[in-house]
Each structure stands twice: as structure tokens, then as C-alpha cells.
Design a protein around this ligand. Structure first.
Ligand code: KIV
Ligand code: ZN
Length: 561
């Protein structure tokens, strides 16, 4: 075991994706997984295969494409029951390096009220299920859920049993984000000091951010001897989220002399990872967010600017370049040719298919006609916008709007449908965006609620490119019905109404708003279609004996609760 190496275990696609509004299509999950591999995270937790056939199929596909011999380990989550463990194991089969991650609560409050098990019964289950997982896979992670609210002596015993039964990584979840850095660091140190066998396994942190200290707790855990951090891009995850990957990585990188530890993460990929996830889930990165926020490297006050101009180190502890935010060079314009443009985006680190390149190039030329200075931030936004792989079930072909003082805002929209049919409709609204959305709804007729609408300028200036993000919730989906977009999260509830996001960039803010809305609607329809296809694939691969067998309430159904 390399004692100076801190493994980065990314759970954006599991703990992150399971948070409300963070749903991604299969293609988006794959793109995030590719980016995580490019960034060289050690382990990707690709999902929770027992949650649904769609989750199983996504994990399987990620394992197949990204789980190459020199790529990351692909992990899948499973509750402590044989059926979940089997589903996790079959889903990660194609990966060269695989890990089963199984968990069971150890706090009295969870055991008593949620699992209805005695402490003794839970220990027995942990022993049996870790033994079972280890009989399939030589890389097994065990998590005593709600560890930080568990009786420490009982927790040590649970960990001892898990190690004895074959677990190679012991993850210590602060499931409800209750711990403080001092306590969490001490707990990790106490586990290392008191649990027989702890010296031969990797101890891992998994901290939620309910008190805003998930990153601080993770770092305290590492200081106490943990050598794996579980985290997510932009800190997305249940409730207040998880420890943010970019923050823990840059803390260890910037303060290497203090910690004496290293990760293998390619830090120049951090900004792009953040942008990719943010655009897929429709959650903008706050400007003041550490490391990847728009203002993270902006110096506003006169004194700071003066200092930075004299020597950057006066007010900067790390450089924008280190996290991949150095792309402001103005070297391309409307006369740049296809070859130069391709070379430039390759230098930015993007490899596009011919088809994606063609779309981005057309948008780039169009942008050069409308914007004086096109810089790398614009180009990256175009790439992210144009390479989102939400299928265009309905394509926006034409949008026209009129609005102004003393006028009734009106919009006309033409869409091309799944069978290639072109249809046009018009509507009035309270403003041009409302009118466009009403016209689109008349054509697609899929009731939904607009949850969030946000506009950002990518660059400075009046001709800046607008980045629009919308989030919608499907209305009228029945909680358990057929192929409705239902998911099952870790608390065993079916979320009847998922939230879908859309993203677009355009110098015309209203057109960007129309495109973003179409993106969200198409995603809603695509996820529904994908779920049906995934069910067929997963059942054909032996996902479950009975296609109707997914229980309505998972914690009432199996041995894990
Ligand atoms: O927060 C938590 O306890 C989890 C476990 C499943 C590891 O996400
Ligand atoms: Zn968690």
C-alpha cells in the first residue's frame, strides 16, 4: 500500500445523481465517467444497480467503456443482501478493475427505526454479506452507514468483522453530516488504533455537507490516517451534498507540504469536470464557489489588484491554470479555418467526433459573426452545449417572438417531431420566454412545472454569450405506474416526479431559453424511453427473475431492511 497516496473515489454518478434534480441520461453518465477517467480519479462509483434496471444498465455500460485495464476501478453500490450484491457484481462485470461496495447501518437509531434489527443481527448480516461479496470480488468496500452517530465500540466491532470477512476498504460515512472536523479526524485515528486488522486495509472518508464542513471533515479524516476520500464534482449529493472533489483535491495539492500526501488527479481537468456536471444537471456553479466558481480567481478590490499585478502570489495561493481555468487567449476569429479550430479545441483537451465537431464549428462561426471577441470560455461553453447527448426527440426548427412596452408578448414555434413531422403553433405569454414555452407546450403536450430558470453571461461585455439553464418537473406521473419516470433512492422511496434540466448557450438570450427548455423536455422524454429499453437489456442479462419484482419499498423487502 502506498502510504502517501490518497485515493479519490468519485461518487458523482451514485450519491450525486441520486439527489433530486440531478438525473442524467445514460449518455450523460457515460460522458461524466469518461471525464472522471481523463481526470484520473482512482475509483468511479458508477451507480446503485439494484435501484432499477436503468441504473444497472448504466453501470454495466460505464464498466464496459471506461473500466479499461489502465483506467479507474468501477464500483457499484449494494445493500447488505445477496440480491443487491449479485446485481452489483453482474453490472460491473465488463470492467478490468471492479469493486463491490456494500453497506449496512450501525447506529442504534437506524437499526431500531429503519432496519428493525438488533445490534447482534446487524453484525451477523455484515459478516455474511461481506463474506458473500468477497467470494465474488477481491476488492470489497464496506460502509457502516451513519458511522458517526454509532456507538464507537460497536462500530469498531462491525469494522473488525468486515475486515475479517474480506473487506479491503472500510468507509466511514458521516451520513447525516453531523460530525465536526476534530471529532471525525479523531474517529478515523481511533479506528486505526483500536480495530485489529485496520493497518492492512484502506480507511475511507464519506462526508455529507449538512453543516458545511464536509471538505474539512474529509481532510481531518485524511490527517487521522484515511487514504481514500469519497467525494463528488461540485459537491453534489443527498441534501446539502457531499465533499466537493475539486476542493479536497486542491487542498491536498496546494498544502502538500502540510499533509505530505498526494492524489493522482490531473488538476487541470477540474474546471472542465465542474462545467460538464453543472450543465448536465442544470445546477449552475455559484460564482463564489471555491476552486471552480467564476470569481474564484477574480481580484476586485484595488489593493488586491495592485498586489496581484506586482506579484500574483501576493493574493493567490494557487493559479487558475492549475485547475484548468487559463483559457482566455483570443486567438481565433471568424476567419479561422476548420483545421485551426480543430487543433485549438484539441489543445483545450477536447476530442470530438466528426459530427460533434461539425456542430460546434457551425456554432462557432455563427458566434464570430455576432460577438467581437470569442475566447476559450465561449468555445468551451459551445462544446459543452453542442455535445450534450440528449436525443433530439423534438427538434426546435424555428422560433420567432415579439414583445415590448405596451405589447402582448407573442411567440411562434416550429418543431420537428419523432417521425419527422413539422408542426407550428403560437401563444401569448407574460413575456417572450413564457410565450415560447407555452407554444412549445401546446406542441409537445407533456404537462410540466418550470422549477428553475437561470441566465448567466459567459464572458464580459454587452455581446456576451448567454448561458441558460432550466429545470422542469414532469406533472401527473403516477408514483408506481409502469414506465413512469420513477426512481428508487437509498431511503427506499420512489420519487414519482424526477426533475430534468436543459442547458444552452447563445448570444440571443431568448433563443437560448427556448433551446434550454427543449433540452429539458427532450431529456424527460429520453429518460422515459431509456428506462423502457434498459429494462429489456437488464432483464435479458438476468437482472431479476421476475420483471415485476422491484419492491415498492425497498427497505421493507429484503434482508438489508
Ligand atoms: O451517506 C452514506 O452513508 C452513503 C452510504 C451508502 C455510503 O452514501
Ligand atoms: Zn452518502
Amino acid at each position: 500500500m502506498d502510504v502517501d497516496h490518497v485515493r479519490i473515489f468519485d461518487t458523482t454518478l451514485r450519491d450525486g445523481e441520486q439527489a433530486p434534480g440531478c438525473t442524467m441520461t445514460l449518455e450523460e453518465k457515460l460522458e461524466v465517467a469518461r471525464q472522471l477517467a481523463r481526470m484520473k480519479v482512482d475509483i468511479i462509483e458508477a451507480g446503485f444497480p439494484a435501484a432499477s434496471p436503468g441504473d444497472w444498465a448504466a453501470v454495466h455500460e460505464i464498466a464496459r467503456e471506461v473500466g479499461t485495464p489502465d483506467g479507474p476501478t468501477i464500483a457499484a453500490l449494494a445493500r447488505a443482501n445477496k440480491d443487491d450484491i449479485d446485481k452489483a457484481w453482474t453490472a460491473i462485470q465488463p470492467a478490468a478493475n471492479k469493486r463491490i461496495h456494500t453497506f449496512m447501518s450501525t447506529s442504534d437509531i437506524h437499526l431500531e427505526h429503519q432496519f428493525r434489527k438488533t445490534r447482534g443481527e446487524a453484525l451477523e448480516l455484515i459478516g455474511e454479506m461481506v463474506t458473500y461479496a468477497s467470494s465474488l470480488c477481491d476488492d470489497v468496500e464496506f460502509s457502516p452507514m451513519d458511522a458517526t452517530r454509532s456507538d464507537p465500540e460497536y462500530l469498531f466491532e462491525a469494522i473488525r468483522i468486515a475486515i475479517e470477512c474480506g473487506a479491503t476498504t472500510l468507509n466511514i460515512p458521516d451520513t447525516v453530516g453531523y460530525s465536526t472536523p476534530q471529532e471525525y479526524g479523531d474517529l478515523i485515528a481511533a479506528i486505526r488504533a483500536n480495530v485489529p486488522g485496520a493497518e492492512g486495509v484502506v480507511i475511507s472518508t464519506h462526508c455529507h455537507d449538512d453543516l458545511g464542513v464536509a471538505v474539512a471533515n474529509s481532510l481531518a479524516g485524511v490527517y487521522g490516517g484515511a487514504r481514500q476520500i469519497e467525494c463528488t464534482i461540485n459537491g453534489i449529493g443527498e441534501r446539502a451534498g457531499n465533499a466537493s472533489l475539486e476542493e479536497v483535491v486542491m487542498a491536498l495539492h496546494t498544502r502538500e507540504a502540510f499533509y505530505g500526501l498526494k492524489t493522482q488527479v490531473e488538476t487541470r481537468e477540474l474546471a472542465r469536470s465542474s462545467r460538464t456536471v453543472s450543465s448536465f444537471i442544470g445546477v449552475p456553479v455559484p460564482p463564489n464557489k471555491a476552486i471552480v466558481g467564476a470569481n474564484a480567481f477574480a481580484h476586485e478590490s484595488g489593493i488586491h489588484q495592485d498586489g496581484v499585478l506586482k506579484n500574483r502570489m501576493t493574493y493567490e495561493i494557487m493559479s487558475a491554470e492549475t485547475v484548468g481555468l487559463d483559457g482566455n487567449a483570443l486567438i481565433l476569429g471568424k476567419h479561422s479555418g476548420r483545421h485551426a479550430f480543430r487543433k485549438h479545441i484539441e489543445a483545450l483537451g477536447y476530442t470530438l467526433t466528426d459530427e460533434d465537431f461539425q456542430h460546434v464549428f457551425v456554432r462557432f462561426k455563427d458566434l464570430c459573426d455576432r460577438k467581437k471577441k470569442v475566447d476559450d470560455r465561449d468555445i468551451e461553453a459551445l462544446i459543452v452545449g453542442e455535445t450534450q447527448h440528449t436525443p433530439h426527440i423534438y427538434k426546435l426548427e424555428h422560433v420567432q417572438y415579439s414583445s415590448g412596452m405596451g405589447m402582448v408578448p407573442t411567440a411562434t414555434v416550429r418543431l420537428v417531431g419523432p417521425e419527422g413531422e413539422s408542426r407550428t403553433d403560437s401563444a401569448h405569454g407574460t413575456g417572450p420566454v413564457d410565450a415560447i414555452y407555452k407554444a412549445i407546450n401546446r406542441l409537445i403536450n407533456r404537462p410540466n412545472e418550470l422549477m428553475e430558470f437561470s441566465i448567466n453571461a459567459i464572458t464580459e461585455g454587452l455581446d456576451a454569450v448567454a448561458e441558460v439553464t432550466v429545470r422542469i418537473r414532469e406533472q401527473g406521473a403516477s408514483p408506481s405506474g409502469g414506465s413512469d419516470p420513477t426512481t428508487i433512492n437509498l431511503t427506499g422511496k420512489r420519487a414519482a416526479q424526477q426533475i430534468f434540466s436543459g442547458y444552452s448557450v447563445n448570444t440571443d438570450t431568448i433563443v437560448a431559453a427556448a433551446e434550454a427548455y427543449m433540452g429539458a423536455l427532450n431529456k424527460m422524454l429520453a429518460v422515459r424511453q431509456e428506462r423502457m429499453k434498459a429494462e429489456a437489456v437488464a432483464y435479458a442479462a438476468g437482472y431479476a427473475d421476475d420483471p415485476g419484482a422491484l419492491p415498492a419499498d425497498l427497505f421493507d423487502s429484503g434482508s438489508a431492511g
